[in-house]
Design a protein around this ligand. Structure first.
Ligand SMILES: CCCCCC/C=C/C(=O)SCCNC(=O)CCNC(=O)[C@H](O)C(C)(C)COP(=O)(O)OP(=O)(O)OC[C@H]1O[C@@H](n2cnc3c(N)ncnc32)[C@H](O)[C@@H]1OP(=O)(O)O
Length: 388
């Protein structure tokens, strides 16, 4: 078996590179639990699917802790993004005993192997099933297709897979027999916006190419919202950040819990507005209120966002789900063609303009992602120096 592509590609966290071979010989002579450890290291090489940078970092740190004990190397320089991420993860394990680290490594690999097996196995009749989503839960009932962002432990941060899956889910919802489409989040956040580890790739060789690909992804993603034909409703179940806020300007209604906040810290991140917010926000609010959000990164409460027109209505958190879904189910009984045509009449005039704005925002961002301001901000978050 060859190593999976992600273990050999020039990925910044490939890095991690699982130094299986060096360890192999020394482990042969050790006890049974170390045999498990050795097996786990071999299993890592057989994983069909890239487990993602965060998991690879965890594997790296547990491996180092299991074999060398607590982090004992000097902290890498601030611009050595990758070594620093590795150092931070290892050092965060503190004085975790070697045996525990070894066990945790084995457990983590075992969970990865079983999830990759279960997704790879072909079940009877599986060919008739719609494709599953890894980052979303999509359900359809009572005339409503609900697309739920489902990375609660990451505050529903949007990784590349989630962008792709949202596009697929919107495409499917535009064609299914539901009348209204809802986007909401699982857990305490609606979404913390772009997954900042999407940018760790930027540290690798082909930064320009990666920035270009990200801009294309973003443009396609936002394009799906611009073109979505049915009433699109956001059920904002908790705080929203970045792109999960800006795209709200492209929804037809936004219902929010009073616990939510709305935050677009683009300047803090060395970035610039997207999701057509450079156009929609000044219109929805006023140019100066939009400036406070989009340039100065002012975080709005749900009530403030409602007063400024970004949110349609705010509900007390205790009754939020019940009230919103009762209302949506009633709306979903309205004649579907009338709703669709009304949306067309309201939105179509703007579509061309919105696509042009989207293209422009993405091209500006493509440059921004290569700036020191942006790189440093992402690095600070990843090294746990900065939160919003
Ligand atoms: C293809 C590219 C398209 C680009 C589109 C352009 C989009 C731009 C934007 O969306 S800009 C906004 C980006 N978002 C942020 O900057 C938010 C960063 N997150 C935070 O500041 C905080 O996590 C928080 C305030 C959202 C929540 O803080 P707290 O309640 O203290 O929770 P934790 O920080 O412990 O978070 C739990 C867990 O989730 C991980 N996480 C949260 N948000 C993100 C994120 N945006 N990207 C990556 N990871 C995130 C966090 O690291 C923790 O992980 P861990 O448990 O440590 O493994």
């Amino acid at each position: 078996h060859g190593s999976p592509a992600w273990a050999t590609e020039r990925d910044p966290l490939q890095v991690i590179n699982f130094p299986v071979v060096q360890l192999h010989m020394s482990l042969m002579a050790m006890r049974a639990s170390q045999k498990d450890f050795e097996n786990a290291m071999n299993q890592v090489k057989l994983l069909k699917k890239d487990p993602g940078n965060e998991v690879k970092l965890k594997l790296y740190a547990l491996y180092k802790q299991a074999t060398e004990g607590p982090c004992n190397t000097p902290k890498p320089g601030v611009f050595d993004l990758i070594s620093k991420a590795k150092w931070d993860t290892w050092s965060a394990l503190g004085s975790l005993p070697k045996e525990t680290a070894r066990q945790n490594y084995v457990d983590l690999v075992s969970s990865l192997s079983s999830s990759s097996k279960s997704s790879g196995q072909v079940e009877p009749g599986a060919d008739r099933k719609p494709p599953g989503y890894e980052t979303l839960v999509v359900t359809s009932e009572d005339g409503i297709t609900k697309i739920m962002l489902n990375r609660p432990t990451k505050k529903n941060a949007m990784n590349r897979q989630m962008y792709h899956e949202i596009m697929l889910a919107l495409e499917a919802a535009s064609k299914d027999d539901s009348r209204i489409t809802v986007i909401t989040g699982n857990g305490d956040y609606y979404s913390s916006g772009n997954d900042l580890t999407n940018f760790t790739d930027m540290a690798s060789g082909k930064v320009e190419e990666l920035a270009k690909n990200s801009a294309i992804l973003l443009r396609n993603f936002v394009g799906c919202f611009i073109d979505f034909p049915k009433p699109l409703v956001a059920v904002v179940n908790g705080p929203a950040v970045g792109i999960s806020v800006t795209t709200l300007g492209l929804f037809d209604a936004v219902y929010s819990t009073d616990r939510a906040t709305f935050h677009t810290p683009f300047s803090h991140l060395g970035q610039s507005p997207e999701g057509c917010s450079s156009y929609t926000f000044p219109r929805i609010m006023s140019p100066s209120k939009a400036t406070e959000m989009l340039i100065f990164g002012k975080k709005l409460t749900a009530r403030e966002a409602c007063a400024q027109g970004l949110v349609t209505e705010v509900f007390p958190d205790s009754t939020f789900q019940k009230e919103v879904w009762t209302r949506l189910k009633a709306y979903a009984k309205l004649p579907p063609n009338a709703m669709r045509i009304s949306k067309e009449v309201i939105r179509n005039k703007e579509k061309e303009k919105l696509h042009a704005i989207n293209a422009e925002e993405c091209s500006v961002l493509q440059e921004r992602w290569l700036s020191d301001e942006c790189m440093n901000a992402v690095m600070n978050f990843l090294s746990r120096k900065a939160k919003l």
